[in-house]
Design a protein around this ligand. Structure first.
Ligand code: ADP
Ligand code: MG
Length: 233
């Protein structure tokens, strides 16, 4: 599903250059649930943003579902993002003045899905994350865990092949974190490929494989005995 080879990325600020990714190689097969770990500043978000086509590497190759992602114009890149990728962020990134159901439906609007289908799909995914009764609530009327569920429903609504989550439990208490991981595990059990960036070992243990980043390189890549989140909520 994902294959990257010798990926390099530097940030230039003034005269300085910061080499963040120094030759990353890895691949992810369809249906995997992978965590990317590493200390703060180790390049986790940089890597996830490149995989999410929100940023580009300086060198190396990236193949997503058999297509090399390279020099795409913004319109084509947006089409690929919509079709292949769903994003979940630490800070939820919901729109404050839109209801839960409208937040979930919004990306579908930009994909030219008609209103009836947008609303139906948004409700379907809100039900899936257990929030059917909260559909008309605004984000500030929801708990952190509920907001992240809305964000997950939004990411799922366009039926992407891969979900990319950057510290999805980073703003949540432990119990709520495990509830969100239970949801993520359930989505993965249905066959969807998911990458989760985290710096929390207990969260990483709830994935099926841990990739460890340090100083711009992968220093470890291990299959784990997945801990089921439901046993801990
Ligand atoms: P992580 O997600 O592992 O905490 P990041 O990928 O966000 O790490 O950042 C890796 C390094 O790159 C950090 O030192 C960070 O300060 C730097 N960095 C990230 N984004 C930028 C940017 N847009 N411009 C300059 N430096 C950046
Ligand atoms: Mg980060």
């Amino acid at each position: 599903m994902i294959e990257i080879k010798d990926l390099n990325k530097s940030y230039k600020t003034g005269n300085n250059s910061l080499h963040v990714l120094k030759g990353i190689n890895f691949s992810v097969k369809e249906g995997e649930l992978v965590s990317i770990m590493g200390s703060s500043g180790s390049g986790k978000s940089t890597l996830l943003n490149i995989l999410g086509m929100l940023d580009e590497a300086d060198s190396g190759s990236y193949t997503l579902d058999g297509t090399e992602i390279k020099n795409l114009n913004e319109k084509i890149a947006a089409q690929y993002r919509n079709k292949f990728l769903g994003f979940i962020f630490q800070s939820f990134n919901l729109i404050n003045y839109k209801t839960a159901v409208d937040n979930v439906a919004l990306p579908l609007y930009y994909q030219n899905v008609n209103r009836k289908e947008r609303d139906e799909r948004a409700m379907h995914y809100l039900e899936k994350v257990g929030l059917a009764d909260w559909s008309t609530h605004l984000p500030n009327q929801l708990s952190g865990g509920q907001k992240q569920r809305v964000a997950i429903a939004r990411a799922l609504a366009s039926n992407p092949k891969v979900l990319l989550a950057d510290e999805p439990t980073g703003a949540l208490d432990t119990k709520t974190s495990y509830e969100v991981m239970d949801l993520i595990q359930g989505i993965n059990d249905e066959g969807r490929t998911i990458l989760v960036v985290t710096h929390e070992p207990d969260i990483a243990q709830m994935t099926k494989r841990i990739v460890m980043l340090k100083d711009g390189l992968i220093i470890d890549d291990t299959v784990v005995n997945q801990v089921k989140a439901a046993a801990h909520v």
